[in-house]
Design a protein around this ligand. Sequence first.
Ligand code: AKG
Ligand code: FE2
Length: 343
Amino acid sequence: MEKLVSSWSTAGTTLPESYIFPLETRPGELHFGPDGNSNIPVIDLDEDHNHDQTSIIQQIIKAGQEYGIFQVVNHGVSEELMDETMKVMKKFHEMPAIDKARECSKDPKMRCRLYTSSENYSTEELHYWRDALVHPCHPLEEHMQFWPENPTQYREIVGKYTVEVRKLASKILELISQGLGVKPGYFSGELSENPIVLVNHYPACPEPGLALGIAKHRDPSVITILLQGDVPGLQLSKDGKWVVVPPLSHAFVVNIGYVLQVLSNGKLKGAEHRVVTNSSVARTTTSLFIYPSNDSIIKPETTLTDACNPPLYRAFQYKDFRSYYISNTADAEKVHEFMDRHT
Ligand SMILES: O=C(O)CCC(=O)C(=O)O
Ligand SMILES: [Fe+2]
């Protein structure tokens, strides 16, 4: 396997050329709103705090239309479980490279795996300052046997975490289905059958102004639930400018993905985001992607289209979209060529 960034980088390393991005894509200037922050909505999911369910639904739909990303608080996942998950995931990435490789080599189908930079390391011109562990999480009994056994509590803690975060994702998707006016349970079943956990690790970087943790992209999911911990690094592209998604203690970041964009016929939009690094501290985050089953057909929900609102996207099989997305390195223009309905 390619060498993990965490196995060779140290505070004094000079940045290898293959990690230096051209001026246009390097992290540049950041922009803030008039009150000094990025104004990304923070939604309180507790009905007792937030009037009633209708108001929560309206806030989610508005955030999905205007930003494609929002944060949620009072979401029902225990803070202790979030802290323990973050701790065990950090511990995993702190292990020697040889131990991490051993812990990730048990899955004959290689769905639990460790990689560095991106899924396209061998073909990409430039590399990203990131190591990643990825594995499916549902059904738990089927996949957990291939997860790392070290750190010793990894399976137990991450198992509990994925159950709780999947419940949260279902709750948010149920609110979205009400907001869109589609039938209850619309997103359960095959549209959310294949949830995947990604544990990102961005070591401290000697030249954060020249490197990227992840290039700009929209997620290929229905939605993504991200725990970003307390180190900033996630940025959203808003009106042509990069703004910070501020770490909020014990909040989750919710990203709308391309699949929901297509299903909602563009009513909700995927958020374009990227990750930058910093020179002082490593950053560990975890995304839980809600993916459809490979065979499901993705197309605008028919009840959301009519003569005045024609379908903007074509129907496609999810697995075709996914492999196209990966081999075209998430390039937004190419992805649109794939999904847009050409009349
Ligand atoms: O690490 C982060 O803050 C975001 C990660 C991300 O965008 C992803 O995993 O798709
Ligand atoms: Fe992402």
